[in-house]
Design a protein around this ligand. Structure first.
Ligand code: 6PG
Length: 267
């Protein structure tokens, strides 16, 4: 589904409402909500709204029933200004009562990002099993979108796309609990390591919300939703494999190149 809002503030409001509703449904059905957060700047507004005592979402959110994870992390310590965990902590976590044991951050401080990826894969399996889950299906997956149409830290040309290019619907891909659900990857264009969930772990989520704002993202949104399939060039096209479970929440500026408002609903 594609929802177009007036501006970044309206995107944050719409995302806060839909996330809170989806998380509440997960808790009602399964007792907990396994939620993956995104990094970058776009979600900062959203996190601040969720934590704001003047907003209704803070009182509605079942904070003590959440297990929070991240879709990706930079290869930096949590106190580093680039840390996705650090941004979520400053904007939201330090203001709300999520028990520390339910916050599962990627340890970007480890010297080797590949070790951090392997460690996170183990932590996912431990935390989901401890929560009584039979597999690694997130209840809610929050994503942003890069100007190059990357999601999480799955960038154009990523090694994580190798097995998928020929099978973008992921039909042949093993379930995320049998392949590493997280990995440390080298992002050559950034000259930096990243830690990221891998495609299946991202795309198997029951509900996926992609929040996008700003004219700089218009090409990426158009590519993700409407360009001919080329996941190596535009990794966000992977989301087409989960179309029925994906809600794009985009402002007018970022939606400027979308021709067909229904395009967000098609695989
Ligand atoms: C990150 C994110 C990344 C982000 C996009 C958009 O670590 O940067 O996880 O996937 O969602 O790059 O970032 P902005 O919201 O800052 O534009």
């Amino acid at each position: 589904m594609l929802i177009v809002e007036a501006d970044a503030n309206a995107v944050a409001d719409a995302a806060a409402e839909r996330l809170t509703t989806a998380i509440g449904q997960a808790v009602a059905q399964r007792g907990d909500a396994m939620v993956s957060l995104t990094g970058g700047e776009t979600p900062r507004r959203l996190y601040a709204r969720l934590a704001d005592p003047a907003q209704g979402w803070r009182t509605r959110m079942p904070w003590d029933r959440l297990h929070l994870f991240w879709g990706d992390e930079r290869h930096v310590p949590p106190e580093h200004p680039d840390s996705n965990y650090g941004m979520a902590y400053d904007a939201m976590l330090r203001h709300v009562p999520v028990p520390d044991v339910r916050i599962h951050r990627m340890r970007g401080e480890l010297p080797d990002a590949r070790d951090a990826g392997r460690e996170y894969a183990s932590e996912l399996r431990r935390a989901f099993s401890a929560a009584g889950r039979a597999d690694l299906t997130f209840d809610v997956m929050l994503l942003g979108l890069g100007e190059d149409a990357h999601i999480a830290s799955i960038f154009p040309g990523s090694e994580l796309l190798n097995g998928i290019v020929a099978d973008p619907s992921l039909t042949g891909q093993p379930a995320s609990d049998s392949v590493p659900p997280a990995a440390g990857v080298w992002a050559g264009h950034l000259d930096a390591w990243r830690i990221t969930l891998t495609p299946r772990a991202l795309l198997d989520a029951r509900a996926i919300f992609v929040v996008v704002s700003g004219a700089a993202k218009a090409d990426a949104v158009h590519a993700a939703l409407e360009q001919p399939l080329d996941v190596r060039r535009w990794p966000a096209q992977l989301l087409r494999a989960a179309a029925a479970r994906v809600t794009w929440i985009v402002d007018r500026a970022a939606a400027a190149r979308v021709r067909d408002p229904e395009s967000g609903a098609r695989a």
